[in-house]
Every structure is written in C-alpha cells, then in structure tokens.
Design a protein around this ligand. Structure first.
Ligand SMILES: Nc1ncnc2c1ncn2[C@@H]1O[C@H](COP(=O)(O)OP(=O)(O)OP(=O)(O)O)[C@@H](O)[C@H]1O
Length: 147
C-alpha cells in the first residue's frame, strides 16, 4: 500500500488546524498509520529540507519549522502521494485553488500550513527520517487495531 509523509507545520498547529486537516484525509478515504506531535530539532529540519540548502530562504525555513510543534503523519492508500499533494494545493497559497488546504487556509509561501512528500522516493526518505519502523503501523497491525 502506498504511503506518504505529511506534516502540519507550526502555523497550522498554532491555528488549531490539525483536526481540519486530519479530517480531510480521513474523509477522502486514506488511513492514518503514524502520527506524532513534536518540536523539530534544527538537525532534523536541515536534513528534511537539505535540497533547499543553497536557497536564500533556507535559514528562514529552518527557523520557521523549528519555531513550534509540528504534527508529523504517515498516511496510506491508493495514489496517496499525488492525491495528497492535490489536496494540499500549490506551494504558494496565492496560486492554490479554493478547496485545497493551502487555498482555503494560507496566504504566504513561507507559512503554507502543510508539507507533503512529492514523489515515492521522497516519501520513503521522509518516512524513514521522521519515524522509526515501530512507529508506523503495518497493514496487518492496522486491521488488528480496528477489530
Ligand atoms: N520563495 C520562498 N520564500 C520562502 N519560503 C519558501 C519559498 N519557496 C518555498 N518556500 C518554503 O519552502 C518549502 C519547500 O519548498 P518546495 O518548493 O519543496 O515546496 P513544496 O514541496 O510544496 O513544500 P513542502 O516541501 O513544504 O511540501 C515550501 O513549502 C515553503 O514553505
């Protein structure tokens, strides 16, 4: 089953949007198989955003993502990587359509509420970076928990 890494960023947590965001993915039909509320270390933030190291906004990005708790999640389901990105909307909320998370709740590219893996390779890398194996339910364990 395809899995992706999603994270409610500090602005989303501060604005009490965890429930709204989780609800959207639940209603879509995806399964939450891992979740934790955490304050991110600079080390983890820099590793997570390593591809942006040379960008002018890298320092601000790391400052922001470490500025307060985030809600890190692993979701699974059919085509969840691409569909979650569509549900999130464009990176810059100015370009994000109404009905998407960023389109409905954000106004600035620096504080755009949510992160989602953008490919199977980044999903695998990010799930491994943020979660240990025993923090993510396997499909079998999920079924057992729901009985
Ligand atoms: N010009 C910018 N100024 C400030 N922050 C930016 C800018 N461009 C991108 N960012 C921040 O860096 C993050 C990573 O950028 P990226 O291009 O990977 O977008 P994304 O994949 O949609 O976002 P994310 O990785 O958070 O899901 C963005 O979500 C945004 O918070």
């Amino acid at each position: 089953m395809e899995k992706t890494f999603l994270m409610v960023k500090p602005d989303g947590v501060q604005r009490n949007l965890i429930g709204e965001i989780v609800s959207r993915f639940e209603k879509k039909g995806y399964q939450l198989v891992g979740a934790k509320l955490m304050v991110v270390s600079r080390e983890l933030a820099e590793e997570h955003y390593a591809e942006h190291k040379e960008r002018p906004f890298f320092g601000e990005l790391v400052d922001f993502i470490t500025s307060g708790p985030v809600f890190a999640m692993v979701w699974q389901g059919n085509n969840v990587i691409t569909t979650a990105r569509a549900m999130m909307g464009k990176t810059n909320p100015v370009d994000a359509a109404s009905g998407t998370i960023r389109g409905d709740f954000a106004t600035s590219v620096g504080m755009n509420i949510i992160h989602g893996s953008d490919s199977p390779q980044s999903a695998e890398r990010e799930i491994g970076l943020w979660f240990s194996a025993d923090e993510v339910l396997s499909f079998e364990k999920t079924i057992q928990r729901w009985i």
